[in-house]
Write a protein that binds this ligand. Sequence first.
Ligand code: UD1
Ligand code: CA
Length: 458
Amino acid sequence: MKQGFLALILAAGKGTRFRSDKIKVLHPLAGKSMLRLVVDCVLGLKPQKVYVVVGNQKDEVKKDVSLRKVGFVTQQKQLGTAHAVLSAKNVLKKEMEKDVLVINADLPLLRPETLRPMLALHRKKGNSLTFLSAELENPTGFGRIIRDGDKIRIIEEKDATASERKIKAINAGVYLFKIKDLLAALPKVSNKNKKGEYYLTDVHEILARQKKKVGVYTTKRAGEIFGVNSRYELAQAAEVLRQRKIKTLTEKGVTVNDPSTTWIDLDVNIGVDTTIHSSVIVEGNSIIGRQCQLYPFVHIIGSRLGNRVRILTSTMIEESTIKDDAQVGPFAHLRPNNVIWQKAKVGNFVEMKNTVFGRKSKAGHLSYLGDCDVEEEVNIGAGTITCNYDGKKKYKTIIKAGAFIGSGTELIAPLKIGKKAYIGAGSTITKDVSPGSLVVARSKQVEKRKKVRRTEKK
Ligand code: UD1
Ligand code: CA
């Protein structure tokens, strides 16, 4: 039987180089915070229990991963990575015979597949410490591995000499320790270095001196060893995740016309034979069905689309549901909380909010429907406006099945339009309309013949 292990994610630091009010690991890439990416990678390895070391903005950090099964330990002051691990002493002490995976929270590109062989190697060799390494073309920012015979130590970039900085073998910031040996070594770490911090990387040398087995697992997937320390690196890492997502989608049967301008968040699901045209953004945990068409400049946030839905050019959809065979856009805006039923059509310059729009209903042009309940096969004429707000409260408009709202109508809520009622164009409707009746509510046209005084000179 496989032995369980604990995992400890170091996320207490501020990330000064980001110059942000928000700590580094809360910054998002492809719709997930850096921390959540690392948490999900670690959970993919199925550890017995995951702890996150929190310090700076700890309430925000806890909230960020509230949907994941993780525990927390607090590091009051951020005195270095060894000190961060030491702050988890109490939870580690309870599992002395086990291993712990320690990982920096600023490695968003790591995948569980990359760490699995490291875990296997660690167990096979019975190491006290196995750490992840890679040969990097540009090792800037990383601790370098110094080998002296079979002795291994890590020198941090700040403390390294010019020739040591040329070393391409780096310490990635991922470690597997025997908990017993780790806890015995940690109190021996000093802070006599350029940064005045307690470096976790000093444990390597301490264990080696104690003749404990220290091993390196060098991954060939060097691209995943990417420590994000600046906003530029955040953008670079986001670009990698973006391309990964597009590749996965295409492999699953989605057509992406222009991968270079398509941004799809990691948690988005898209069905087969859907086509994504250029410059489309799909965010959050949106679900897009099969055989849909998302035309250029479409922006979808946290929404759910059925099958064969067409979203035409320059349309924004927020937190809404669109059922099979419906069509929205071009230039439409669905603000949060709409349900567009099957085969409905929402056209040019139509805005909706908190509205249910029934099966086969149509709102083709220039309308605003807010807090509206529209049943099936309703026609909303061009320029129809629901007046749903009196400055204090919002009111509901109900339009029953088969009703016809003529163009340029104002519907002053609260209001109910009966089944198959017909509202003449240009009406301002203030009272409920009974089923089947025709209502015209506009001022009468008055014609005064030959009353126009000519102003132009002869
Ligand atoms: C660290 C390693 C370095 C490695 C690099 C890989 C040390 C001393 N050095 O350097 O060898 O190449 O990562 O990315 O460990 N943190 C805390 N508490 C603290 C300090 C840091 O929780 O007191 C957390 C940070 O939030 C961060 C992680 O530890 O997620 C790493 O800290 P960071 O300052 O980025 O370490 P590096 O200087 O990059
Ligand atoms: Ca770092």
